[in-house]
Design a protein around this ligand. Structure first.
Ligand code: ATR
Length: 273
């Protein structure tokens, strides 16, 4: 029998998750259906209940439901708990088991797909919203030499530093206080690219040969990546690999089979021009 999966969000028509998971299913010979379902504002609980009762096996959650879905889960992984959000739930015996693979997705994309191990690197994480929060623990687990969080609202960066203090040494500040020093990896986890904007970094923050990563995907050359390119950064990367890698983590967790991500990343890549 075909097992049902879905992604819940609002809006949801833009979601690439059905395309990604069906590509994984064809590749691995798994018999699944995967649909995009728009949950009404205030109606996530009912949407999940209906999906569970109809025999659904698991689902992804995207904006704006990642926090609410965590509260509705019956058990939460450490990554989901610390991210304060879930992007993936497995339904098992009526239980809703919550995970968060966003952070693992970006680390796998950087370390495996870009062949850029984080151990010993100086990392600058730009932004202190949900996207940034989800990446912190997986980044620390990869043992960078240092992790600095910079944010427009410095207090939010300091809050994240405090929340993750037991997992590693983190620097946190606003842009005015960011040292004029180079980082090996600069990750843009702000939503500035959405508005054609970029965080106020300095060219000196990009080490020669560094990796500049914009979590935004499918927008081509964002202002952040363009700026980073002008600094002499060696590699410019957008978030398409992170998107596909988090999906692969979910697929492997649900189905017990790890799909190959390279062909799916290639299918979804929008050239950086
Ligand atoms: P998400 O869940 O996608 O991270 P969010 O929680 O709204 O979204 O966080 C957005 C992040 O982008 C925040 O760090 C925000 O900075 P503030 O905390 O100071 O609001 C940052 N951001 C948004 N637009 C920005 C801009 N134009 N320049 C710099 N930072 C920006």
């Amino acid at each position: 029998m075909t097992d049902r999966y879905a992604v819940f969000g609002n809006p949801i028509s833009h979601s690439k998750s059905p395309q990604i998971h069906m590509a994984f299913a064809r590749q691995t010979g798994q018999d699944i259906a995967y649909e995009a379902i728009e949950a009404p504002a205030g109606g996530l609980k009912e949407t999940i209940a209906a999906f569970t009762q109809s025999g659904g096996k698991g689902f992804n959650i995207t904006v704006p439901f990642k926090l609410e879905a965590l509260a509705l889960a019956t058990s939460r992984s450490r990554h989901a708990e610390l991210a304060g959000a879930t992007n993936c739930i497995k339904i098992e015996g009526g239980e809703l088991l919550a995970e968060n693979f966003d952070g693992v997705g970006i680390v796998r994309d950087i370390e495996i797909n870009q062949d850029y191990p984080l151990a010993g690197r100086k990392v600058l994480l730009v932004g202190a919203g949900g996207a940034s929060r989800g990446a912190i623990l997986p980044i620390l687990e990869a043992k960078p030499a240092a992790l600095t969080i910079v944010n427009r609202t410095a207090a939010k960066a300091l809050e994240l530093k405090a929340a993750f203090a037991s997992f590693g040494d983190i620097g946190a500040c606003g842009y005015d206080d960011l040292a004029v020093e180079p980082f090996d990896l600069v990750i843009n986890a702000t939503s500035a690219s959405l508005h054609g904007d970029m965080p106020p970094l300095r060219l000196e923050n990009f080490a020669k040969g560094c990796l500049a990563y914009d979590m935004m995907y499918g927008k081509g050359m964002t202002p952040f990546l363009r700026f980073a390119g002008g600094s002499g950064a060696a590699t410019l990367v957008d978030g398409v690999g992170m998107l596909v890698e988090q999906a692969a983590e979910a697929f492997a967790w649900w189905r017990g089979v790890r799909p190959g991500t390279a062909p799916v990343i290639a299918e979804l890549t929008v050239p950086l021009t």
